[in-house]
Design a protein around this ligand. Structure first.
Ligand code: FES
Length: 633
């Protein structure tokens, strides 16, 4: 059979695929995003599905237990469809309900964002100018474009104006249809203007722009009215590249593995953005041609994949990206659903692991405009950290691993409905209470819950400072299995499944390594500039995980510096907020370009103090308790 029907339950969605397609790819085609941590190698076990009926060819069962195999569980990435089949996709294998961090909750700008915008000034990337040209005659017979150029310069001043061939082709008819009145849409670039559209007559519709955050996991797009600066709406979804792996490394490996893969993975991110743009355009009846500018921010690998530039050397020592800054591009070069002549700006990156998303975040912190020492941290798979003020900035990236996003933890998951996000443990009875995202029954535990959990396990004396479980704990929640020691956070009857949700000693050790890496990164930056933690005026935390973080517990475990809670600030998705700011203000965009150049990158694997700091941080909260006076107390 060449074509097979694949029915997915409980969604009841059917797609047709060629025989020998994997279930993972078929699910993607059906719009069901499966977890695929290892990028389809069959090693992570994240893409489990249950075969209800039909014929398949199993390439590998990975580390599935006999029990699971007997129950019909298959690895979607290693199971080929050989006939019409029906497959059930369990909740825990799906990416679909992940919370996409959209920036401000309601589309309105926060007071801080409004202040920042008024500080830089509202000078959007594109604007419309309506002009009237004198009608030509046999004696006044100059060409169309020079005459329009002169008229536009009366409004713009002396900057050079470029006109692409496609707009040149529109021009003669637009002038004559409009009886010598046209509305020109111009994009303002650093050293020139570009005429991206001409319309006959006087047009009052505003130009539109896009602010785009290209996250490794999720993608967010704001549709912005460039005349007023208002966000029309925002939408977010999964990065379709997730089917090639959860993290940047597996995606790089895929992109460079075979000819055609780079184009495929680039098409996945362009497709993700285009779907969001199409949805916004349909909802607000905006024509894609009316979108004339976009600003995108992403980490270095995401930016290179977005542009179709191989990220091969980002991953190989000495970790060199192809470029730090990208000249303005035209939308048509990338295939974005907007005016083909529209400009696409990409935030500059600093190094292979400190990308445009961090520069965008630093722009939003406003750290480059004040004397106060600010520490900016974006905690994800990589903990990216920037320290500095208006005079200098240093930055580093520490591989914290995927723990805080739920990776490498027995019941770890991202912050989606069903994730335990807060934990309390009674030190006397060891009873556990928890709060679950979406108020549902728990199915796992997300980053903020893990931080809480580690702090509460230590507070209750269940683990020691090195993360070892104490022997002889008098509670049925503590048990030793043949694999590991574990503590029960939720009994099976409290969950929708049939298993207790536990945290194991190995999970605890992984978490300690992750928090140790971030704290060691902070200390390394401080040592680089010979400053102490107490000199930090403000700590700004970005990212999905950071948004739900409990500062007190984070200090308790030694993840964050022991400074008063008032010094902490959470800014959510700073990447898209910076892109929005840069879309609306030429001065902010220039500042972003300067920021990229200004940050000095500290490579933590290059023989500095990081390893010593890391080893010292592998305790709760730290080997040196004087660094955590409130915890010691
Ligand atoms: Fe299928 Fe990892 S086992 S994606």
């Amino acid at each position: 059979m060449d074509q097979c029907n694949v029915r997915f339950l409980p969604d009841n969605l059917t797609v047709q695929v060629s025989s020998a397609t994997t279930i993972l790819l078929a699910a993607g085609k059906a719009g069901i995003q499966l977890k695929s941590g290892c990028g389809g190698k069959g090693t992570c076990g994240a893409c489990k599905v249950i075969l209800v009926s039909g014929e398949v060819e199993v390439e590998s069962t990975g580390n599935l237990s006999r029990e699971k195999i007997d129950a019909g569980v298959h690895l979607a990435c290693k199971t080929k469809i050989m006939g019409d089949i029906t497959v059930e996709v369990p909740l825990e294998s799906r990416l679909a309900e992940h919370q996409v961090l959209m920036g401000s909750a309601n589309g309105l700008l926060s007071e801080k964002e409004i202040n920042l915008l008024s500080q830089y000034g509202l000078t959007p990337l594109a604007r419309k100018i309506s002009v009237h040209l004198p009608e030509p005659s046999l004696t006044e017979n100059g060409a169309d474009w020079p005459k329009l150029n002169i008229e536009l310069k009366k409004h713009l001043g002396e900057g050079k104006i470029d006109i692409p061939l496609g707009v040149l082709r529109q021009l003669p008819d637009a002038l004559r249809v409009g009886k010598w009145q046209v509305t020109a849409t111009l994009v303002e670039l650093n050293d020139r203007y570009e005429l991206v559209n001409v319309e006959p007559g006087e047009q009052v519709n505003p130009p539109y722009g896009l602010a785009i955050d290209i996250g490794t996991t999720t993608v967010v797009v704001y549709l912005v009215n460039l005349a007023t600066g208002a966000i029309i709406d925002k939408q977010g979804t999964y990065n379709k590249q997730a089917r090639y792996g959860d993290d940047v490394i597996t995606r790089i490996v895929y992109a460079v593995d075979a000819p055609g893969n780079l184009a495929e993975i680039q098409a996945a991110i362009i497709g993700t953005i285009n779907e969001l743009v199409d949805s916004l355009c349909t909802k607000y009846q905006v024509k894609p041609e009316e979108i004339v500018g976009a600003v995108a921010a992403g980490n270095t690998t995401m930016t290179q994949l977005f542009l179709g530039v191989s990220p091969k050397y980002v991953r190989l020592e000495p970790y060199i990206p192809t470029m730090n800054s990208v000249p303005p591009l035209r939308a048509a070069d990338l295939g974005l659903h907007m005016n083909p002549h529209g400009a696409v700006l990409n935030f500059p990156s600093v190094a292979s692991y400190v990308g445009g998303d961090i520069v965008s975040g630093a722009l939003v912190t406003d750290m480059s405009n004040g004397d106060d020492l600010i520490l900016f941290i974006d905690i994800g798979t990589n903990g990216e950290i920037v320290l500095g003020n208006r005079d200098w900035m240093v930055a580093c990236a520490c591989s914290a691993g995927p723990c805080f996003e739920g990776g490498g933890i027995t019941f770890g998951m991202r912050a989606m409905p069903g994730a335990i996000e807060r934990v309390e443990i009674d030190a006397q009875t060891f009873d556990v209470t928890f709060k679950v995202v979406g108020g549902k029954q728990p199915i796992g535990i997300c980053g903020s819950g893990l931080v809480d959990c580690l702090a509460k396990l230590r507070e209750a004396g269940i683990i020691d400072r090195a993360g070892n479980f104490q022997k002889d704990l008098q509670t049925p929640r503590y048990r030793q299995t043949h694999e590991d020691k574990e503590f029960v956070l939720a009994w099976a009857h409290q969950t929708p499944g049939d298993k207790d949700i536990v945290i194991t000693e190995n999970d605890v050790k992984n978490l300690i390594r992750a928090k140790g890496a971030i704290y060691a990164g902070i200390r390394s930056l401080l040592r680089m500039v010979s400053l102490e933690v107490e000199m930090i005026e403000k700590i700004v935390i970005a990212g999905g995980f950071g948004n739900y973080l409990n500062v007190k517990d984070s200090v308790q475990i030694g993840l964050l510096p022991d400074l008063p809670v008032e010094k902490y600030d959470f800014i959510g998705n700073s990447s898209v907020k910076g892109a929005h700011l840069a879309l609306l203000s030429r001065a902010a965009w220039k500042e972003a370009e300067e920021l990229g150049k200004k940050m000095t990158y500290l490579e933590l694997s290059a023989g500095n103090d990081f390893m010593d700091e890391f080893v010292s941080a592998l305790f709760l909260p730290h080997t040196d308790l004087s660094l955590f006076p409130t915890v010691e107390g």
